[in-house]
Design a protein around this ligand. Structure first.
Ligand code: SAH
Length: 351
């Protein structure tokens, strides 16, 4: 048995590896190692989740952003982005549609848009939780103060998604302008956990400057944070960003990393992302077969879908929410899985 498989066994056994071990596992992986890994990943997935895939309804409620991340299509420097904000009524309408379709988690995602005040956001969370007490509300609205996170949690928010993007200082600098820092990003994540959110982090696979060593740091940071969710998807270049001409991430490496995450943390919530579905027509199915157990179809009104363009060629921008759910349902059934109509909390954090 080769060294990589020994490392996969060690990861399964100890739930951690040394930095050099992570890097060599990632550097030396073969397709056979990947199959070996995915079998283990599916074994754990089956043990904790059976053949169920959780769904989250994603509401992309604003594409205004004060940040200028080099990879992102809605960065403030992109003058060609057509900006929009949903009204509270429109957001509630998305939830209404979603609830009828069986969604029991609503994810409110957006750029860092100061137009929505702290009070407005708290009010929005309160209203959704009052109308849908059996649903979870997840926020994905970037870096905020401890106090702000705390008050949103008190208003009823259950979960928070904040990808760390990369845990390597030098790499972080390559992806972000000087006003953003890895230290603050990490601090936010530790605050979210401390407050009591089910916390999600993650990173893009194949972003410019990423290496097996930076990925090793990502895996070690995730080990340290012990998040409830980890979202990873391939980097996909956006034509109106400084990274327009960079290469994108691969399906193959994304799947391998999903498998490693499942084996490191068997109960982890791992989405099979839209970005993965964008670079491969069967990407989301492959993600689930590599160990992912969550899909996040879009509930945003079709009129704004195209405008929330983080990267080029994003899929499902023309489909109504019902079509998206039906399409995913069929896709999952074809590979022997089914969509669950449940909140889908982390097993150790069920409300
Ligand atoms: N403003 C929020 C939400 C960000 S959008 C926040 O800061 O958390 C959600 C995720 O999309 C980002 O965390 C990033 O990892 C991903 N993303 C952005 N641009 C991308 C691109 N070009 N390719 C792939 N993923 C991208």
């Amino acid at each position: 048995m080769g060294r990589t498989r020994e490392l996969i066994d060690k990861l399964e056994e100890a739930s951690r590896l040394e930095k050099e071990e992570w890097a060599s596992l990632i550097r030396e992986r073969t397709p056979e190692d990947a199959e070996y890994l995915f079998e283990k990943a599916r074994k754990w997935q089956r043990k904790y989740y059976g053949n169920k895939v959780y769904t989250r309804g994603l509401v992309e409620f604003t594409n205004y952003c004060k940040n200028d991340c080099y990879y992102c299509g809605i960065r403030r420097g992109n003058r060609n982005a057509e900006r929009y904000r949903l009204t509270e009524e429109e957001i509630l309408e998305c939830c209404r549609t979603g609830y009828g379709l069986g969604f029991r988690t609503f994810v409110l995602q957006g750029g860092e848009d100061g137009w929505f005040s702290q009070e407005a956001l708290e009010g929005l969370v309160r209203t959704i939780k009052a109308e849908y007490p059996d649903c979870a509300v997840t926020l994905s609205i970037g870096e905020r103060t401890y106090d702000s996170y705390q008050r949103l949690f008190a208003a009823g928010a259950d979960r928070y998604l904040l990808r760390h993007e990369t845990a390597d200082e030098g790499h972080y600098r390559l992806l972000h302008p000087a006003e953003l820092s890895l230290a603050n990003r990490k601090q936010c994540l530790f605050h979210l956990k401390e407050i009591g959110y089910q916390t999600g982090t993650g990173f893009m696979v194949g972003s410019p400057g990423q290496t097996p060593e930076t990925l090793a740091q990502d895996m070690m940071f995730i080990r340290e944070l012990e998040p409830h969710m980890v979202g990873i998807g391939p980097f996909v270049p956006h034509h109106d960003t400084p990274f327009a001409n960079e290469a994108g991430g691969t399906v193959e490496l994304t799947l391998f990393l999903i498998g490693l995450l499942r084996v490191m943390f068997p109960k982890l919530l791992i989405p099979s992302t839209t970005a993965l579905g964008t670079i491969d027509p069967n990407g989301r199915e492959k993600g689930v077969l590599a160990g992912a157990n969550v899909v996040m179809p879009n509930l945003s009104p079709v009129s704004v879908r195209k405008k929330y363009e983080l990267y080029d060629n994003k899929i499902c921008t023309g489909d109504e929410a019902a079509e998206c759910r039906g399409c995913l349902q069929r896709r999952m059934e074809r590979i022997g899985y089914e969509l669950a109509a449940a909140r889908g909390d982390h097993p150790d954090a069920a409300a």
